[in-house]
Design a protein around this ligand. Structure first.
Ligand code: FAD
Ligand code: AMP
Length: 478
């Protein structure tokens, strides 16, 4: 078999592996180069998301939620759970099994679709050649008509909190604590910090989250982020806003964190500290100096709206390019690029990439929030429906939060759906489907929603936009 491919993908995360599968489905001779080595010492496909991101974090979020519910949420149903305990190594083993199931699944999908899996580090050379260096340092050159760069991202580290073997860790280390830390510090109140902080809080850790910004969840709708801050604080997570970490000092496995906030210089001590201050593209040693592909000073590869780089036939997708660092964004870019290589005119709707924070309650949104629309001078109508008035949520004893639908005041077209509460991610997806087809709030209000479901909260919020909600007093009467 010759070493010339129609498509060579570098990186087998959700951007790269999906691009490779789609390209192969379209009849293109495709190879994917991946260097990640899993816990068993063998190459593992699936990237950050499957190995140390979305999937293992959700496995731990689900285990810890079950424990928390058994401890604090069962009594109200008349269920007693005396003598409740949790076996942390067993919880971690379950997580690892799930990871293996899914990374192995990608290997099987590559085989089924005829994608050639190449182990090693890929580097783009001039003329769309890819140099692959295997674990023994042996290099091979493969040629491609098209190259897709999908090398993903890495956690950012900050000088005041250098990582250590087992006290100061990044998100990957935070998936591996062998016991529940008594006191846990988290730097960064972003999605990853909140999710991982929640896992260990539910299992009993005292959690303090340091956030340099004064504003909590700045990208979310303000009404939703205010509710979230209230709820997390009630859950016992201490979220310190305007608190910038300036240094750390480890003595006898205890880390003392120095930080400054409105009250000046302060210190707090912890058993473990998670650094979750964001991620940056992983593009080191990815491009030869004459590859022709450009990136900015942070390593973000420049691409156009269709993920094409400045070199014809070379594309880049996922966390390595501009836009939200989300698995579903990476995957859809992968599909778009594969289809465009095959001659289709596929484009992606970047305005409707949903965001989700998998805490409890979940927080999710799609489209624009109220403050963004106000800044843009768009006149809007807003409908809000609290889960406290939703039968299914109350029956489940999970009735915190709300659904908020924002529509253009002139056209009634839905511009944003924002949810904090049970099933937020799934509800927002329903909003996203409607929005993709240009739904109005009235359209959503006219649809039949099953009773009793938490989805009815979306229905009622859409009705509330025009003052027609049935199960809550309308702010605006029509
Ligand atoms: P990656 O998944 O990072 O994959 C890139 C791959 O390329 C890696 O396997 C890497 O080894 C390989 N690679 C890099 N350079 C080379 C090279 N030169 N040669 C060969 N191989 C190379 N997103 C969500 O949407 N939902 C979530 O719930 C979610 N949870 C997360 C939780 C955590 C703790 C973390 C850390 C992230 C989470 N994310 C989540 C983000 C998500 O993981 C990323 O957005 C997604 O993985 C990006 O996909 P990608 O394909 O661009 O890159
Ligand atoms: P995200 O980029 O969404 O993962 O969030 C990371 C968060 O970490 C951001 O909100 C940053 O403001 C915050 N952050 C970065 N550096 C520090 C620091 N030294 N101390 C406290 N918070 C920080």
């Amino acid at each position: 078999m010759s070493d010339k491919y129609d498509v060579v993908v570098i990186g087998a995360g959700p951007g790269g592996y999906v691009a490779a599968i789609r390209a192969a489905q379209l009849g293109l001779k495709t190879a994917c180069v991946e260097k990640y080595v899993g816990k068993d010492g063998k190459q593992a496909l699936g990237g950050t998301c499957l190995n140390v991101g979305c999937i293992p974090s959700k496995a731990l979020l689900d285990s810890s939620w079950k424990f928390h519910e058994a401890q604090d949420g069962f009594q109200i149903h008349g269920i007693s759970t005396k003598g409740l305990s949790i076996d942390i190594p067993a919880m971690l083993e379950r997580k690892d099994k799930i990871v293996k199931q899914f990374t192995g699944g990608v290997t099987a999908l590559f085989k089924a679709n005829g994608v050639t899996n190449i182990e090693g580090h890929g580097k783009l050379l001039a003329g769309k050649k890819v140099e692959v260096t295997d674990s023994e340092g042996k290099t091979t050159i493969i040629e491609a008509e098209n190259v897709i760069l999908a090398s993903g991202s890495r956690p950012i580290d900050i000088p005041p909190a250098p990582l250590t073997e087992d006290v100061i860790v990044d998100s990957t280390g935070a998936l591996e604590f062998q016991s529940v830390p008594k006191k846990l510090g988290v730097i960064g109140a972003g999605v990853i910090g909140l999710e991982l902080g929640s896992v260990w809080r539910r299992l009993g850790a005292e959690v303090v989250v340091f956030e340099a910004l004064d504003k909590f969840l700045g990208l979310a709708d303000e009404q939703i982020s205010k509710e979230a801050l209230k709820t997390f604080t009630k859950q016992g997570m201490q979220i310190r806003l305007g608190a910038r970490v300036t240094g750390t000092d480890i003595k006898r496995k205890q880390v003392t964190v120095s930080f400054t906030d409105a009250d000046g210089e302060q210190q707090l001590s912890f058993d473990k500290l998670i650094v979750a201050v964001g991620r940056r593209p992983y593009t080191e040693n990815l491009l030869a100096s004459d590859s022709g592909v450009d990136m900015d000073e942070r390593g973000v590869i420049f691409v156009d709206d269709y993920c094409a780089t400045s070199v014809p036939g070379v594309y880049a997708v996922g966390d390595a390019v501009r836009g939200a660092m989300l698995a579903h964004k990476a995957s859809e870019e992968g599909v778009m690029v594969a289809e465009r290589i095959a001659g289709h005119k596929t484009a992606m709707n970047y305005d409707l990439v949903p965001s989700v924070i998998y805490t409890h309650p979940e927080i999710a949104w799609v489209g624009k929030n109220e403050q963004q629309l106000k800044t843009e001078g768009v006149d809007v109508n807003v409908g809000v429906f609290p889960f406290a008035a939703n039968g299914r949520a109350v029956a489940a004893n999970d009735a915190g939060g709300m659904v908020k639908v924002i529509a253009d005041a002139k056209t009634d077209r839905v511009l944003g759906v924002h949810v904090i509460g049970p099933g937020a991610a799934e509800l927002v997806q329903q909003g996203a489907i409607g929005m993709e087809f240009g739904t109005s709030a009235e359209d959503l209000g006219m649809m039949v929603f099953s009773h009793p479901t938490v989805s009815e909260a979306l229905h009622e919020a859409a009705l509330a936009v025009n003052g027609h909600a049935i199960h809550v007093a309308n702010r605006k009467k029509r």
